[in-house]
Design a binder for this molecule. Structure first.
Ligand code: SAH
Length: 291
């Protein structure tokens, strides 16, 4: 993919705090904004050069006359700003666990230099699961507490596929990733390829647990990093798909929801094993009794 390069105009201002909303309101109403940046006490608004018309320049002039406390520092042409390169640079490799680094392809060399035991390549697009969110990292760390070798895995709400991919790297024999979002399905398939797993090893399916997973399919490990209300609804269905002795790892929970979710899964017959947290997020691990 070639980077999108388009000439832009940077409109730079020094704004008293009390007038920040006025300026922002004006800019949002009058200008087709491409970006806003605040640094060193300056606010910078970006518009495409083609959109910086005399009428808009005049409107800005009038606005500034009516609010003299806002200092306009000038309109500067930025000929060769490569927005997509800047975005790519901003997505850095993430040490998701002490053993695992997650990286976009373009930072692979830097990621390798971080010297982790495992490296997952994720093409960051619109799907959740790049390792930059607490809940993903909590699930990945919880997975490290469970033996994956020889196990079968279901990753419910797979997003980028990252949790299923890590389970496979840690020795799981096969995994199924399920998601209701079609962008996630596409992205998980791409990421499966990037990490050299086959569709037999990682089966990506569109839908919910009920419509994408057969009644007779059971798993040694189920991962579900989904919203609290989905987890609460699914307790019984998840139980129906776990082998005796199998594990489930749940996240997507805010800490104050953990008690409620734990109780729901204990009622469904699971033994609570562990809880971990990062910032306001929680992750719960359970085991289904052998008998
Ligand atoms: N597993 C990844 C992504 C978690 S985000 C990680 O841990 O980072 C949650 C994902 O669940 C989203 O991709 C969303 O599309 C999906 N999702 C939400 N509700 C769902 C449901 N009922 N069944 C399956 N997937 C669902």
């Amino acid at each position: 993919m070639s980077p999108v390069v388009s000439p832009h105009i940077a409109l730079r201002f020094r704004v008293p705090i009390a007038l920040e909303d006025n300026l922002q309101g004006f800019m949002l109403m009058q200008m087709p904004l491409e970006g806003i940046e605040e640094a060193d006490g300056e606010t910078c608004y970006y518009v495409k050069e083609t959109e910086w018309t005399p009428a808009r320049e005049q409107a800005l002039g009038l606005f500034l006359t009516s609010t003299p406390a806002i200092r306009f520092l000038g309109a500067e042409s930025i000929e060769d700003r490569d927005w997509s390169a800047e975005w790519r640079e901003s997505v850095q490799p993430e040490r998701a666990t002490p053993q695992l680094v997650i990286t976009p392809a373009w930072h692979k060399a830097a990621a390798l230099a971080m010297g982790a035991k495992y490296l997952i390549e994720i093409d960051p697009k619109m799907s959740f699961g790049t390792g930059h969110h607490e809940t993903t990292r909590l699930c990945l760390r919880a997975l490290e507490t469970i033996e994956c070798a020889g196990k079968t895995v279901l990753d419910l709400g797979t997003g980028t596929g990252v949790l299923a991919i890590y389970a496979l790297m840690r020795g799981a024999t096969s995994a199924i990733g399920v998601d209701t979002d079609r962008w996630s399905i596409e992205n998980a398939e791409e990421n499966r390829g990037l990490n050299d797993f086959s569709p037999e090893q990682l089966d990506i399916r569109a839908g919910t647990l009920q419509d994408a997973v057969g009644d007779a399919e059971v798993f040694d490990i189920i991962l579900a990093n989904i919203h609290r209300h989905v987890l609460l609804e699914l307790a019984k269905d998840i139980r129906a798909h776990v082998r005796p002795g199998g594990f489930i790892i749940l996240s997507g929970l805010l800490s104050y929801d953990a008690v409620e979710v734990r109780a729901a899964y204990e009622r469904a017959g699971f033994d609570f094993l562990a809880r971990s947290e990062e910032n306001e997020w929680d992750c719960l691990t359970f085991q289904f009794p052998i008998s």
